[in-house]
Write a protein that binds this ligand. Sequence first.
Ligand SMILES: C[S@@+](CC[C@H](N)C(=O)[O-])C[C@H]1O[C@@H](n2cnc3c(N)ncnc32)[C@H](O)[C@@H]1O
Length: 226
Amino acid sequence: MPTTDWLKKEFDYGYDSGNVLGLLPNKIRRSEEQRIGGSYRRVFKRAILPFLKSDSVVMELGPGNGAWSRAILKHLPHGKLITVDYQDVTQWLDPDKYDGRLDCHQVADNSFSCVDDGTVDFFWSMGVLCHNNRTHIGEILQNALPKLKPNGYACHQYANWDKLDRYGWRRGGVPSEFRKMQDDEIWWPRNSQAEMVSLSMKAGWKVIKPDLGLLRRDSIIQLRNA
Ligand SMILES: C[S@@+](CC[C@H](N)C(=O)[O-])C[C@H]1O[C@@H](n2cnc3c(N)ncnc32)[C@H](O)[C@@H]1O
């Protein structure tokens, strides 16, 4: 299932995570937060905000409907957000509303060839690597790294089956039958903290924290362009 063809088709409706910055979560965000075991507002404050300056260039992989993109753009009055997605996200995020601060790229592979080398301060994704298998994650991490400025940072949510075992598959909204199935048959392919650290280092990133500890079901890794 987490083949490139499946990923390209599955999210064509524009996946939405709700009002990530709101003090009170709306219905969409509340149900997601129950499954993921954490607060999106807290994730934004701990995993994104510390890496943003008003003029930062941020690259976001897989914005979908743009819940996180809109929140990031609020904090980039003089910067830029570059989004990279298999979908044409301009259906949900209108670049004309942002005075040249939003560039949306619809892509067909994990090459990141649409982004100039050495231009990105911070690379972010939520709900993306958890649907990509380890081969794809390796490609993403390797091809994205040259886009970062020296000492640029990245934070990415990823699936962590060890945490999922502890948190509970039913509570986490992931079918427990997946445990008996192959990665190419399921939409939550196997991953762990150790695998993610190894893939990141192999791709040339310095691992700052393998898990920021903000989510009970999943992990968020913090990386730096070494
Ligand atoms: C589950 S949605 C998450 C949307 C948004 N980040 C959020 O959390 O609300 C995953 C999005 O990532 C995109 N995506 C997944 N893997 C991708 C890849 N390797 N390259 C580009 N886009 C990808 C999908 O097309 C989809 O829009």
